[in-house]
Design a protein around this ligand. Sequence first.
Ligand code: ZN
Length: 307
Amino acid sequence: MRNAPIDPFAAQDIRDQVDKVLSGLGNPAPPVDLREVRELLKLDRQFYSSTNTGPLRESISAVKIGAKQIAKRPTLILDVVRKAGLKALWLPDRRRILIDEGIPDLKKRHTEAHEITHSITPHHQHFLFGDDEETLRSSCHEKLEAEANYGSGRLLFLGDRFEQEASELPRTLATVKRLAKGYGNTITMTLWRLVEEAHQGTPMFGVISVHPIRLGPEFDPRLPCRYFIESPAFRERFGNVTEASAFQAIQRYASGRAGGPLGVGEQVFIGQRGERHLFRMETFFNGYRALTLGTYVRPVATVVAAS
Ligand SMILES: [Zn+2]
Protein backbone atom coordinates (compact mmCIF):
# COMPACT_ATOMS: atom_id res chain seq x y z
CA MET A 1 0.00 0.00 0.00
CA ARG A 2 1.44 3.36 -1.04
CA ASN A 3 1.30 6.64 0.86
CA ALA A 4 -0.78 9.41 -0.72
CA PRO A 5 -0.04 13.13 -0.51
CA ILE A 6 -2.73 15.24 1.18
CA ASP A 7 -4.42 18.30 -0.27
CA PRO A 8 -1.80 21.11 -0.43
CA PHE A 9 -4.20 23.81 0.84
CA ALA A 10 -5.26 21.73 3.83
CA ALA A 11 -1.60 20.91 4.47
CA GLN A 12 -0.70 24.60 4.52
CA ASP A 13 -3.60 25.34 6.86
CA ILE A 14 -2.50 22.61 9.28
CA ARG A 15 1.14 23.70 9.14
CA ASP A 16 0.07 27.24 10.06
CA GLN A 17 -2.05 26.08 12.98
CA VAL A 18 0.66 23.78 14.32
CA ASP A 19 3.29 26.52 13.92
CA LYS A 20 1.05 28.82 15.94
CA VAL A 21 0.95 26.26 18.74
CA LEU A 22 4.72 25.72 18.62
CA SER A 23 5.41 29.44 18.73
CA GLY A 24 2.91 29.74 21.61
CA LEU A 25 5.14 27.26 23.44
CA GLY A 26 8.25 29.31 22.59
CA ASN A 27 9.40 26.87 19.89
CA PRO A 28 10.59 24.20 22.34
CA ALA A 29 13.37 21.68 21.81
CA PRO A 30 12.26 18.07 21.16
CA PRO A 31 10.55 16.10 22.48
CA VAL A 32 7.42 18.24 22.49
CA ASP A 33 5.51 18.01 25.79
CA LEU A 34 1.86 17.39 24.94
CA ARG A 35 0.81 18.40 28.46
CA GLU A 36 2.02 21.92 27.63
CA VAL A 37 0.16 21.81 24.33
CA ARG A 38 -3.05 20.90 26.13
CA GLU A 39 -2.57 23.69 28.64
CA LEU A 40 -1.98 26.23 25.90
CA LEU A 41 -5.08 25.12 23.98
CA LYS A 42 -7.17 24.58 27.12
CA LEU A 43 -7.89 21.00 26.17
CA ASP A 44 -8.97 18.34 28.57
CA ARG A 45 -7.69 14.77 28.17
CA GLN A 46 -9.09 11.67 29.78
CA PHE A 47 -8.25 7.99 29.47
CA TYR A 48 -10.73 5.18 29.38
CA SER A 49 -10.55 1.39 29.43
CA SER A 50 -12.91 -1.54 29.71
CA THR A 51 -12.70 -1.22 33.50
CA ASN A 52 -12.57 2.57 33.58
CA THR A 53 -15.64 3.63 31.65
CA GLY A 54 -16.41 6.77 33.69
CA PRO A 55 -15.33 9.19 30.93
CA LEU A 56 -17.62 7.36 28.50
CA ARG A 57 -20.79 7.71 30.56
CA GLU A 58 -22.02 10.81 28.81
CA SER A 59 -24.09 11.06 25.73
CA ILE A 60 -23.24 12.55 22.38
CA SER A 61 -25.52 13.47 19.55
CA ALA A 62 -23.51 12.54 16.48
CA VAL A 63 -20.13 11.06 15.69
CA LYS A 64 -18.10 10.59 12.54
CA ILE A 65 -15.52 7.87 12.03
CA GLY A 66 -13.63 8.65 8.88
CA ALA A 67 -16.30 9.38 6.32
CA LYS A 68 -18.96 7.37 8.13
CA GLN A 69 -21.60 8.94 10.33
CA ILE A 70 -22.00 6.47 13.21
CA ALA A 71 -24.59 7.87 15.58
CA LYS A 72 -27.41 10.14 14.50
CA ARG A 73 -29.35 10.51 17.74
CA PRO A 74 -28.14 10.99 21.32
CA THR A 75 -26.14 7.92 22.29
CA LEU A 76 -23.96 6.98 25.24
CA ILE A 77 -20.29 7.43 24.26
CA LEU A 78 -19.58 4.02 25.77
CA ASP A 79 -21.91 2.33 23.31
CA VAL A 80 -20.29 4.03 20.33
CA VAL A 81 -16.79 3.18 21.57
CA ARG A 82 -17.72 -0.48 22.01
CA LYS A 83 -19.65 -0.81 18.80
CA ALA A 84 -17.03 0.85 16.62
CA GLY A 85 -13.91 -0.25 18.54
CA LEU A 86 -12.79 3.35 19.03
CA LYS A 87 -9.28 4.09 20.27
CA ALA A 88 -9.81 7.82 20.71
CA LEU A 89 -12.35 10.63 20.33
CA TRP A 90 -12.44 14.39 19.96
CA LEU A 91 -15.44 15.99 21.69
CA PRO A 92 -15.57 19.59 20.45
CA ASP A 93 -18.27 20.99 22.72
CA ARG A 94 -16.36 19.82 25.82
CA ARG A 95 -12.94 20.53 24.32
CA ARG A 96 -12.06 17.04 25.45
CA ILE A 97 -9.88 14.27 24.07
CA LEU A 98 -10.63 10.72 25.13
CA ILE A 99 -7.98 8.04 24.64
CA ASP A 100 -7.96 4.28 25.15
CA GLU A 101 -5.58 3.57 28.02
CA GLY A 102 -4.45 0.31 26.41
CA ILE A 103 -2.60 1.96 23.50
CA PRO A 104 1.22 1.68 23.89
CA ASP A 105 2.78 4.92 25.18
CA LEU A 106 4.54 6.12 22.02
CA LYS A 107 1.39 5.46 20.00
CA LYS A 108 -0.62 7.33 22.62
CA ARG A 109 1.47 10.36 21.78
CA HIS A 110 0.55 10.09 18.13
CA THR A 111 -3.10 9.48 19.01
CA GLU A 112 -3.22 12.54 21.22
CA ALA A 113 -1.48 14.70 18.62
CA HIS A 114 -4.00 13.44 16.01
CA GLU A 115 -6.91 14.53 18.23
CA ILE A 116 -5.19 17.86 18.95
CA THR A 117 -5.00 18.43 15.20
CA HIS A 118 -8.76 17.86 14.91
CA SER A 119 -9.15 20.52 17.61
CA ILE A 120 -7.01 23.20 15.92
CA THR A 121 -7.86 22.67 12.25
CA PRO A 122 -10.66 25.09 11.32
CA HIS A 123 -12.53 22.68 9.05
CA HIS A 124 -12.31 19.86 11.63
CA GLN A 125 -12.83 21.45 14.98
CA HIS A 126 -16.62 21.44 15.14
CA PHE A 127 -17.09 17.78 14.33
CA LEU A 128 -17.08 15.00 16.83
CA PHE A 129 -14.54 12.51 15.54
CA GLY A 130 -14.14 8.94 16.65
CA ASP A 131 -10.92 7.20 15.73
CA ASP A 132 -10.27 3.50 15.32
CA GLU A 133 -7.00 1.76 14.46
CA GLU A 134 -7.57 2.41 10.79
CA THR A 135 -8.01 6.19 10.95
CA LEU A 136 -4.95 6.53 13.21
CA ARG A 137 -2.67 4.82 10.67
CA SER A 138 -0.30 7.01 8.71
CA SER A 139 -1.55 5.23 5.62
CA CYS A 140 -5.20 6.24 6.16
CA HIS A 141 -6.51 7.68 2.90
CA GLU A 142 -9.72 9.17 4.29
CA LYS A 143 -9.27 12.91 3.77
CA LEU A 144 -9.83 14.49 7.19
CA GLU A 145 -8.14 11.61 8.98
CA ALA A 146 -5.10 11.77 6.72
CA GLU A 147 -4.96 15.48 7.54
CA ALA A 148 -5.12 14.81 11.28
CA ASN A 149 -2.27 12.31 10.92
CA TYR A 150 -0.27 14.88 8.99
CA GLY A 151 -0.86 17.44 11.77
CA SER A 152 0.22 14.89 14.36
CA GLY A 153 3.51 14.51 12.47
CA ARG A 154 3.98 18.28 12.26
CA LEU A 155 3.37 18.65 15.99
CA LEU A 156 5.41 15.68 17.23
CA PHE A 157 8.29 16.52 14.90
CA LEU A 158 8.14 20.25 15.70
CA GLY A 159 7.17 21.78 12.38
CA ASP A 160 10.11 22.44 10.08
CA ARG A 161 12.69 21.58 12.70
CA PHE A 162 12.70 17.84 11.95
CA GLU A 163 13.13 18.36 8.23
CA GLN A 164 16.10 20.69 8.78
CA GLU A 165 17.76 18.44 11.33
CA ALA A 166 17.14 15.22 9.39
CA SER A 167 18.38 16.75 6.13
CA GLU A 168 21.78 17.44 7.70
CA LEU A 169 22.21 13.83 8.82
CA PRO A 170 23.15 10.77 6.72
CA ARG A 171 20.22 9.01 5.05
CA THR A 172 20.48 5.86 7.17
CA LEU A 173 18.44 3.85 9.64
CA ALA A 174 20.88 4.95 12.38
CA THR A 175 19.64 8.49 11.71
CA VAL A 176 16.03 7.30 11.91
CA LYS A 177 16.68 5.65 15.29
CA ARG A 178 18.54 8.64 16.65
CA LEU A 179 15.77 11.05 15.63
CA ALA A 180 13.06 8.71 16.94
CA LYS A 181 14.73 8.84 20.33
CA GLY A 182 15.31 12.58 20.27
CA TYR A 183 11.75 13.43 19.27
CA GLY A 184 10.20 10.74 21.47
CA ASN A 185 8.30 9.02 18.66
CA THR A 186 8.15 5.53 17.17
CA ILE A 187 10.81 4.40 14.69
CA THR A 188 8.08 3.65 12.15
CA MET A 189 6.62 7.13 12.34
CA THR A 190 10.11 8.65 12.17
CA LEU A 191 11.00 6.64 9.07
CA TRP A 192 7.75 7.79 7.52
CA ARG A 193 8.42 11.49 8.22
CA LEU A 194 12.03 11.23 7.10
CA VAL A 195 11.07 9.80 3.72
CA GLU A 196 8.22 12.23 3.16
CA GLU A 197 9.83 15.43 4.40
CA ALA A 198 13.63 15.35 4.66
CA HIS A 199 16.23 15.65 1.88
CA GLN A 200 13.73 17.19 -0.50
CA GLY A 201 14.59 16.52 -4.10
CA THR A 202 16.30 13.21 -3.26
CA PRO A 203 14.41 10.08 -4.30
CA MET A 204 13.92 7.92 -1.18
CA PHE A 205 11.52 5.23 -0.12
CA GLY A 206 10.61 3.33 3.01
CA VAL A 207 9.18 -0.16 3.30
CA ILE A 208 7.37 -1.61 6.28
CA SER A 209 6.92 -5.35 5.83
CA VAL A 210 7.15 -8.78 7.38
CA HIS A 211 10.61 -10.31 7.89
CA PRO A 212 11.89 -10.62 4.30
CA ILE A 213 13.40 -14.10 4.84
CA ARG A 214 11.28 -15.58 7.62
CA LEU A 215 8.01 -15.09 5.78
CA GLY A 216 5.15 -15.86 8.10
CA PRO A 217 1.85 -17.50 7.16
CA GLU A 218 0.23 -14.07 6.73
CA PHE A 219 2.66 -13.14 3.95
CA ASP A 220 0.86 -12.25 0.73
CA PRO A 221 3.23 -12.23 -2.29
CA ARG A 222 0.82 -9.97 -4.19
CA LEU A 223 1.06 -7.33 -1.42
CA PRO A 224 4.53 -7.92 0.00
CA CYS A 225 4.89 -4.43 1.55
CA ARG A 226 2.51 -3.47 4.31
CA TYR A 227 3.45 0.12 3.48
CA PHE A 228 5.52 1.47 0.65
CA ILE A 229 6.36 5.10 1.46
CA GLU A 230 7.60 7.27 -1.39
CA SER A 231 9.32 10.63 -1.10
CA PRO A 232 7.88 13.26 -3.47
CA ALA A 233 10.98 13.01 -5.69
CA PHE A 234 10.77 9.21 -5.75
CA ARG A 235 7.09 9.32 -6.69
CA GLU A 236 7.87 11.70 -9.52
CA ARG A 237 10.86 9.87 -10.98
CA PHE A 238 10.38 6.25 -9.87
CA GLY A 239 6.62 5.93 -9.39
CA ASN A 240 6.81 2.99 -11.80
CA VAL A 241 8.86 0.88 -9.34
CA THR A 242 6.59 -1.84 -7.97
CA GLU A 243 6.27 -2.85 -4.35
CA ALA A 244 7.09 -6.41 -5.38
CA SER A 245 10.40 -5.39 -6.99
CA ALA A 246 11.38 -3.38 -3.89
CA PHE A 247 10.60 -6.36 -1.66
CA GLN A 248 12.54 -8.75 -3.89
CA ALA A 249 15.51 -6.38 -3.70
CA ILE A 250 15.35 -6.57 0.12
CA GLN A 251 15.26 -10.37 -0.05
CA ARG A 252 18.49 -10.40 -2.08
CA TYR A 253 20.64 -8.87 0.67
CA ALA A 254 18.72 -9.49 3.91
CA SER A 255 19.89 -12.08 6.40
CA GLY A 256 17.59 -14.43 8.28
CA ARG A 257 18.50 -12.97 11.70
CA ALA A 258 15.63 -12.94 14.16
CA GLY A 259 16.15 -9.31 15.14
CA GLY A 260 18.27 -6.20 14.64
CA PRO A 261 20.01 -5.12 11.41
CA LEU A 262 19.34 -7.48 8.48
CA GLY A 263 21.85 -5.96 6.12
CA VAL A 264 22.63 -3.36 3.50
CA GLY A 265 22.35 -3.76 -0.25
CA GLU A 266 22.59 -1.89 -3.50
CA GLN A 267 19.96 -2.08 -6.15
CA VAL A 268 19.44 -0.60 -9.59
CA PHE A 269 15.95 0.70 -10.25
CA ILE A 270 14.73 1.85 -13.63
CA GLY A 271 13.17 5.32 -13.69
CA GLN A 272 10.07 6.54 -15.52
CA ARG A 273 12.07 7.30 -18.66
CA GLY A 274 13.91 3.98 -18.72
CA GLU A 275 17.16 5.29 -17.21
CA ARG A 276 19.02 3.29 -14.55
CA HIS A 277 19.86 4.50 -11.08
CA LEU A 278 21.58 2.98 -8.10
CA PHE A 279 19.95 2.96 -4.66
CA ARG A 280 21.35 2.01 -1.27
CA MET A 281 18.98 -0.05 0.85
CA GLU A 282 19.13 -1.00 4.49
CA THR A 283 16.81 -3.15 6.62
CA PHE A 284 16.19 -3.57 10.33
CA PHE A 285 13.84 -6.04 12.04
CA ASN A 286 12.28 -4.96 15.33
CA GLY A 287 10.90 -8.38 16.14
CA TYR A 288 7.57 -7.51 14.64
CA ARG A 289 8.10 -5.56 11.41
CA ALA A 290 10.99 -5.09 9.00
CA LEU A 291 11.81 -1.46 8.27
CA THR A 292 13.73 -0.60 5.13
CA LEU A 293 15.14 2.69 3.94
CA GLY A 294 16.12 3.07 0.29
CA THR A 295 17.95 6.17 -0.90
CA TYR A 296 19.24 7.38 -4.23
CA VAL A 297 22.98 7.08 -4.90
CA ARG A 298 23.76 7.88 -8.55
CA PRO A 299 22.86 7.16 -12.16
CA VAL A 300 24.28 3.97 -13.65
CA ALA A 301 25.48 3.82 -17.23
CA THR A 302 25.70 0.12 -18.00
CA VAL A 303 24.69 -2.34 -15.36
CA VAL A 304 22.50 -5.36 -15.71
CA ALA A 305 19.42 -4.31 -13.83
CA ALA A 306 17.63 -6.83 -11.72
CA SER A 307 13.98 -6.15 -12.49
ZN1 ZN B 1 -9.36 11.38 13.62
